[in-house]
Design a protein around this ligand. Structure first.
Ligand SMILES: [Zn+2]
Length: 371
C-alpha cells in the first residue's frame, strides 16, 4: 500500500513538474531478478538507441559501454545511472565499484555516459580500442584521462587487433580483473583497433570500412562456467567476416548469449557468425520505432527485419511471443511477431539474462510483452 501511495505521489509530482518535453526514464526500472548471488547476470540496460551492458558476477560487476540516446524524449545518462544506482542498492557488497569499464568504440551512442559513470562509481580497470576520434571520441578520451588521473587505482589498456592471439583471444589482469571465491569468470578480447587497412572494399557516407570506428570495436567473450556470451559492439560486415575466419577450427565464437551487433543493423550480423555462435539467446539494444527523431533507432531502421528473422531461424529456444516493429530501412517499419528467444530493449525494456555456472538460463525483462 505504501508503495502504491508513493508511486501515486511521484506521479502527481511528475505531472505537476513536467516540462513541455517529457523524458522517458521509466524504462530504467530494474527487472525482478532472483536472490541467487552465485549466478552471472547480463543486464542489457535500456539506454535507448545505444549500448550499456552491466555484467553481474558473484563478487564483482563490469560495464560494457555507457549508452546512449539523448534527446527531448529520452535521457540515457539518467536511465543508466538510475539502473546502476538501483543495482548497487541491491548489491551493497560491491560498494558501487565496477571492476571493469569497457568501451567498444568511440561513437556517442556508446560513450555518452562516461562522465556520469566515472563521476558516480569506483572504477578499477578500463579498456577501449585506444582511439580518440569519432562522434564519441570525447567520451573515450575522458575515460583514458580518468585512468591517467587515477593511475594508482584505475588500470587502463588499449586493445589492438595485432596483439590478439588467434584464435582464443587476449586476456590479462586489466581485461579480466575478476576472480570470485567459487568461480573465475573468463574475459577475452577477440577484436580491437586494426592497425593497417586490410583493403576492405566499399565506401559509405564518404568513409571506407577501415575509416569507420565500428570496425575497430573491442569484441569481448565472457565465460561463466558453462555459460558464455559474445559482445561485438558495432562491428560491421568486413570485420565480422575476418573475425569468423580467425576463429576457424576453434569454438571461440560458440556462445550462448549474443549481444546483437550494431543494434540489429543490416551490416552487424552475418549468417556465418550465427552459424559459429549457435546462440541460445540474442538481445538487441536499441530505441523504439516510436521516437521519430534524428539520431534514433527509427531513423536508422534498427533492428532490421532480416536480422530478426536470421536470428529467429538460428535460435531454437522459444520466448513469450511478442508483436514488435522491425525496420525495412531507415524510417520504415512493419509489425512483426517474435517467438524465439530474441529480445530487445525497445520491446522489453531492460533485459536480464541470468546464467548459472552449469549453463542454466533464465530471462527477466522490465516490461511484459503486450500482444
Ligand atoms: Zn552504436
Amino acid at each position: 500500500m505504501t508503495r502504491i501511495l508513493l508511486f501515486l505521489g511521484a506521479l502527481t509530482l511528475a505531472t505537476a513538474c513536467a516540462p513541455s518535453q517529457v523524458r522517458d526514464t521509466a524504462t530504467a526500472s530494474n527487472p525482478p531478478v532472483s536472490a541467487d548471488n552465485e549466478a552471472m547476470r547480463i543486464h542489457f540496460v535500456d539506454v535507448g538507441q545505444g549500448l550499456g551492458v552491466l555484467l553481474e558476477f558473484p563478487c564483482a560487476a563490469m560495464l560494457i559501454d555507457t549508452g546512449g540516446e539523448q534527446d527531448g524524449e529520452f535521457d540515457s545518462d539518467a536511465a543508466l545511472t538510475g539502473y546502476l544506482d538501483a543495482f548497487f542498492a541491491r548489491r551493497t557488497d560491491l560498494h558501487r565499484t565496477l571492476a571493469l569499464v569497457a568501451l567498444t568504440h568511440p561513437h556517442i551512442d556508446h560513450t555518452r555516459g562516461v562522465a556520469a559513470v566515472t563521476g558516480r562509481y569506483t572504477i578499477l580497470n578500463a579498456i577501449d580500442n585506444g582511439m580518440t576520434h569519432g562522434s564519441g571520441g570525447a567520451g573515450q578520451s575522458e575515460l583514458q584521462q580518468f585512468a591517467r588521473d587515477h593511475a594508482a587505482t584505475t588500470h587502463y589498456r588499449a586493445v589492438h587487433l595485432e596483439e590478439i592471439p588467434q584464435p582464443l583471444g587476449l586476456t590479462d589482469a586489466v581485461i579480466d580483473p575478476i576472480r570470485c571465491p567459487n568461480i573465475d569468470p573468463q574475459i577475452h578480447a577477440l577484436w580491437g583497433q586494426v592497425a593497417t587497412d586490410p583493403g576492405w572494399p566499399g565506401i559509405r557516407f564518404g568513409k571506407t570500412p577501415f575509416q569507420n570506428a565500428n570496425n575497430h570495436s573491442v569484441v569481448l567473450r565472457v565465460d561463466f562456467g558453462k555459460a558464455s556470451a559474445l559482445f561485438t559492439g558495432d562491428l560491421e560486415e568486413p570485420a565480422i567476416r575476418e573475425l569468423v575466419k580467425r576463429s576457424t577450427g576453434s569454438d571461440v565464437l560458440n556462445v550462448d548469449v549474443y549481444q546483437v551487433g550494431h543494434h540489429g543493423s543490416i551490416n552487424g550480423t552475418l549468417p556465418e557468425l550465427v552459424a559459429a555462435m549457435t546462440p541460445e539467446f540474442a538481445v538487441f539494444s536499441m530505441g523504439p520505432a516510436t521516437r521519430q527523431l534524428t539520431w534514433s533507432a527509427w531513423k536508422y531502421g534498427h533492428p532490421r527485419k532480416e536480422i530478426v528473422d536470421m536470428l529467429q531461424a538460428g535460435i531454437a529456444r522459444q520466448r513469450e511471443p511478442i508483436n514488435v516493429q522491425v525496420g525495412l530501412q531507415g524510417e520504415k517499419f512493419v509489425p512483426h511477431k517474435v517467438e524465439k528467444a530474441v529480445y530487445g530493449t525497445a520491446w522489453d525494456g531492460s533485459v536480464v539474462v541470468e546464467a548459472t555456472a552449469d549453463g542454466q538460463f533464465k530471462v527477466v525483462t522490465a516490461r511484459r510483452p503486450t500482444l
